[in-house]
Write a protein that binds this ligand. Structure first.
Ligand code: SF4
Ligand code: SF4
Ligand code: SF4
Length: 252
């Protein structure tokens, strides 16, 4: 029996980083209490942050980071050819992420500002799915380790993979937080997919939508409420574009 193209044996896993801060990889290597159990489910053959092995016989490829150079496109395509299952991990890989802020300006201007007289070859930032087929996408900046563990266990044990079908507000309310809109702050929680345990809003910081939209967001109602609370159309648009996770929203 096969599931997502994988046989019943322990799958071989490779973890690869592209344009990113490597914070998602760090999350994978973190949380010592579950790390041994997690790693016992798979055979890591390539994971630069934790191992010197450089195997290319992986079945599952976990891709971290967005794509912003021509050589990254080639490397990504080679990984896709080798892997049976390709998983985009983190907001950079899923949506472009914080790196997408670069796309707000002309590429030559960005290059000059950052590298001065020594420009580098750099492209508009794009998510992984723009170049190769992505079988699973696990968003988050950074990813939620508990969620990734659950999903990888589901892949390995051939269980159904489920994501929350509700927004961050649900998790926020489970923590009995005062709504940040009532404290004069802006928050994308009502339209953003849960799964992070409302980590930002529980720390009194408005959600920036790093996990992207949930299954059935009511953007219209959300925009009406945000405007009623005094936030301008331009401000809402700017917040929505922070991680490039709401590119489907064409107008506010
Ligand atoms: S999603 Fe966030 S934490 Fe993960 S690599 Fe990108 S910037 Fe870093
Ligand atoms: S603070 Fe944000 S996530 Fe929490 S209830 Fe208010 S809008 Fe929802
Ligand atoms: S609260 Fe929003 S910005 Fe913060 S981790 Fe959750 S989805 Fe991302």
């Amino acid at each position: 029996m096969k599931y997502l193209g994988l046989g019943p044996q322990k799958p071989k896993v490779g973890v690869f980083d592209f344009t990113c801060c490597e914070g998602c990889e760090l999350q994978l290597a973190n949380k010592e209490t579950t790390l041994v159990d997690f790693l016992s489910l798979m055979e890591i053959v390539n994971f630069r942050e934790i191992s010197s092995d450089k195997g290319d016989d992986y079945e599952i490829a976990l891709i971290e980071g967005s794509i912003s150079r021509a050589d990254e496109i080639e490397r990504l395509k080679k990984i896709r050819e080798r892997a049976k299952v390709l998983v985009a991990i983190g907001t950079c890989a899923c949506f472009g992420g914080i790196n997408s802020l670069k796309n707000r300006y002309p590429i030559d201007e960005v290059n000059r500002e950052v590298y001065g007289e020594m420009p580098k070859e750099t492209l508009e930032v794009k998510p992984v799915k723009e170049y190769v087929q992505v079988d699973l996408a696990i968003p988050g900046c950074p990813i939620n380790k508990a969620e990734v563990e659950r999903i990888i266990v589901d892949v390995v044990t051939k269980a159904e993979i489920k994501f929350p079908k509700y927004p961050v507000c649900v998790e926020c309310k489970q923590h009995i937080n005062t709504c940040l809109f009532d404290l004069g702050q802006f928050c994308l929680g009502p339209v953003t997919q849960a799964g992070c345990d409302a980590v930002c809003t529980s720390g009194k910081m408005g959600c920036l939508g790093c996990r992207g939209p949930f299954e059935a967001p009511n953007f219209e109602a959300f925009f009406d409420i945000a405007k009623e609370k005094g936030f301008s159309k331009d401000y809402i648009k700017e917040r929505l574009s922070f991680f490039n996770a709401f590119s489907e929203v064409k107008d506010v």
